[in-house]
Design a protein around this ligand. Structure first.
Ligand code: ATP
Ligand code: ATP
Ligand code: MG
Ligand code: MG
Lengths: 220, 220
């Protein structure tokens, strides 16, 4: 469902180049459950941004459902992301002025879902992640782990085919983290493709396919 | 070194009160190594903010080195924080326009440390946390775990007596997380008081004193 061929990503700073990814060849099957693990700074989030078409590679090609994303217009790319991909970011990025439920509604609003349906779905998703009593809180009125769970709920609103979760349990106690893992496993049983970046080995090894990354390359 | 007596903290929202802490009695000995563990939303960060004098309780009293912080002026409180307390926040809050090294220098600049010394110390601390080659990067040019490590370095600049670390390894792979734990243990061996919030049981149980919190109360 996602394929990367010869992908490189180099960040350019004033006088320095940072080669974050150095030649990635990767094929993710539809319906697979993949975990990506590796040291801090090894390129995991960069890789997730490319898989999720949030960024373009410096070299090489990225295919989503067989389509070369470098050939797509920004509009087509945005539509694929909106309809097909649910992204849980490592650093949250919730909208501070919106409540939890409004933040969860946002991708559905972009996708044209009518108000009544998206409020209902957003409320269900927040209850699913244990935030039924936090719906009206704004991000600054939530704990770290609560914000993380709002992000998880938000990623699921449009029932996406592919869920990309970058450290979704980094701020969660073991029990809440286990709850999130079970949501991901249940989505995978229903045919969704899951790509999970995690530093928790206990969680990472439950995936079907384990990818280890080090210094911008896939190893082992 | 820090004492909380009958401390309560209630957040006020438009029509709702959120009792985040409901009667905390806690005494932290100088030089102790304390870990605080509990479910997401149970009040750990709220408690850390009170211990670190970043917030005032709704009821009860907080004493730092025997001084009731409600009796102190904002200036005196700010001076205690600057000189005595190093805080690693759960959600980072680095200054986006400053580089990593400038972010680490900031508390030292506030404390009046001369330029040459603070640059030297900031560089050493960044090397200590493995970011010697990332000093000129701004926060948006760093990975999640790298930002977290800049925050850890920043907390140590003024050689504080008390280090409050709220989930300092949430974004770090096991090896980097282990590195941070060893820095904290080494600081404790040198007499520093460590208060660590962590959801990683393996790390939490290495503390001298373990505090469990649930629904705003200390339990067990
Ligand atoms: N400004 C606020 N207004 C209203 N409620 C708040 C505010 N800040 C925090 N809360 C609530 O207070 C409770 C405790 O928050 P706190 O951040 O202390 O939890 P925590 O134990 O650190 O959680 P986590 O492990 O998820 O970081 C949470 O349920 C949260 O929703
Ligand atoms: N905009 C940027 N400019 C320059 N360098 C960058 C930029 N973004 C990331 N980097 C660097 O690229 C490398 C890979 O970053 P990435 O965020 O992919 O790592 P990661 O594996 O997700 O790390 P972590 O586990 O800490 O989240 C890091 O060393 C980082 O410093
Ligand atoms: Mg990352
Ligand atoms: Mg917290």
């Amino acid at each position: 469902i996602v394929r990367l061929e010869g992908v490189e990503k180099t960040y350019l700073m004033d006088r320095v180049k940072v080669p974050a990814l150095r030649g990635i060849n990767l094929s993710i099957e539809k319906g697979d459950y993949v975990s990506i693990m590796g040291p801090s700074g090894s390129g995991k989030s960069t890789l997730m941004n490319l898989i999720g078409a949030l960024d373009r590679p410096t070299k090489g090609r990225v295919f989503i459902e067989g389509r070369d994303i470098s050939k797509l217009s920004d509009n087509s790319l945005a539509r694929i992301r909106r309809e097909k991909i649910g992204f849980v970011f490592q650093q949250f990025n919730l909208i501070p002025r919106l409540t939890a439920i409004e933040n969860v509604e946002l991708p559905m609003w972009f996708a044209g879902v009518p108000k009544v349906q998206r409020v209902k779905r957003a409320a269900e998703l927040l209850k699913l992640v244990g935030l039924g009593d936090r719906m009206k809180h704004r991000p600054t009125e939530l704990s770290g782990g609560e914000r993380q769970r709002v992000c998880i709920a938000r990623a699921l609103g449009n029932d996406p085919e592919i869920i990309l979760a970058d450290e979704p349990t980094g701020n969660l106690d073991t029990k809440s983290g286990e709850g999130i893992m079970r949501i991901l496993e249940e989505l995978n049983e229903r045919g969704k493709t899951i790509v999970l970046v995690t530093h928790e080995r206990e969680f990472g090894k439950r995936a079907n396919t384990i990818i280890k990354i080090r210094d911008g390359r896939i190893v082992g």
